[in-house]
Design a protein around this ligand. Structure first.
Ligand code: ACO
Length: 333
């Protein structure tokens, strides 16, 4: 039997930090409002022409280094993002060119906040099938260029940061050692318009970006925050229990929870509902805000770097986001 194993992780945040007080210079907001409702204190935003694949490249190089894998050994790149460099081709193709690994397949995953776990599920299944041996899985976002950074867009703009995280996966035959134990994926497209970017869109007549849509600012994300909150605190525990039951594990057997970082209040409510002790939940949102597909690999890398996540530990992850999509994974580190 072949299992997949995470061989190494890496992450990269662009250097420029915007604190909540910095945002006060460009919109009517306050540190108090943002911290109380979201737990976010600062976020990293790119400068100049830096794109999503640029951030992904830096995270990928670190993940390869930590995995002790040469890029020539990779036989697939999977890139989860909602902010690709261009509409097409996919971000994975741009990353593949920058990484200089021509010829290997490059696959984009567009499942937003659940993107990394969807990607992990694909990578795990591909490795188990024996068709692929070394897979680079990246989650990366440049949100800052796609936000309405004025008072008008403040409800969404303050939530998001730029960043990238990556993992290198490979096969193992050790059914008791370090490996991905399971992944579970879900979606409910009836809520697609509760958190979305309306334009450009092929649903318009004649052109995918009518002047009117642009003038109505439909190219910026729109979110029904309260609906997202209500569904997130329901779906995350649900999918977590699906994973635990699948593996015949109980909550207290999990050493560390690395959840998606949408909002500290969501994660606190999930932990409280389930009775998970605070020190078992690894949150990074205060420093990095919501980096969508990148939050989980950044979280894993940060947890390894600060000694919270060690070999042999059981780590559980769950995510909820636009789509709506939600997912979970349990990994023996
Ligand atoms: N600064 C100051 N005031 C603000 C800001 C801001 N950045 N944004 C909104 N406000 C104001 C509003 O204008 C409103 O003012 P009013 O009462 O005078 O009309 C007031 O604050 C309350 O606005 P609400 O939108 O009702 O704020 P709410 O308490 O619902 O909090 C939030 C908004 C934090 C987004 C909340 O709905 C939430 O936590 N939602 C969960 C969704 C989420 O976290 N999404 C993250 C991304 S999606 C994902 O990853 C799953």
């Amino acid at each position: 039997m072949i299992y997949s194993q995470i061989l190494g992780v890496g992450s990269y945040l662009p250097p420029r930090i915007w604190t909540n007080d910095d945002l006060k210079e460009i919109m009517d907001t306050s540190d108090e409002w943002i911290v109380q409702r979201t737990g976010i204190k600062q976020r990293h935003w790119v400068e100049g022409t830096t794109s999503t694949s640029d951030l992904a490249l830096e995270a990928a190089k670190l993940a390869l280094e930590n995995a002790k894998i040469d890029k020539s050994e990779l036989d697939l790149i999977i890139f989860a993002t909602l902010s690709p460099d261009h509409e097409f081709p996919g971000a994975a193709c741009f990353l593949q060119a920058k990484l200089q690994t021509p010829g290997i397949p490059a696959l984009d995953i567009r499942q937003q906040c659940s993107g990394f776990l969807y990607g992990l599920s694909v990578a795990d299944t591909f490795i188990k099938s024996g068709n692929y041996k070394k897979i680079l899985l990246v989650g990366a976002e440049v949100h800052s260029k796609g936000l309405d950074k004025t008072t008008r867009g403040r409800d969404v703009a303050v939530l998001f940061g730029d960043g990238a995280g990556a993992a290198v996966l490979g096969p193992t035959h050790d059914g008791t050692g370090s490996r991905v134990l399971s992944t579970h994926l879900h979606a409910d497209g009836t809520y697609a318009k509760e958190l979305w970017v309306k334009a450009p869109s092929m649903t318009y007549e004649g052109t995918y970006l009518p002047r009117e849509a642009y003038e109505n600012l439909e190219h910026f994300p729109q979110m029904n925050g309260k609906t997202v909150f209500v569904h997130a605190v329901k779906r995350m525990p649900e999918v977590l229990f699906e994973a635990l039951n699948h593996n015949s594990l109980t909550l207290d057997q999990i050493d560390l929870f690395v959840f998606h970082q949408a909002n500290l209040r969501i994660n606190e409510m999930v932990a409280k509902q389930l009775g998970i002790p605070e020190d078992k939940v690894f949150n990074t949102i205060a420093r990095f805000a919501n980096t969508t597909a990148a939050t989980i690999p950044i979280g894993l890398d940060e947890a390894v770097k600060c000694g919270k996540l060690k070999k042999g530990m059981l780590v559980a992850s769950a995510a909820f986001g636009a789509g709506f999509t939600w997912a979970s994974a349990i990994i023996k580190w």
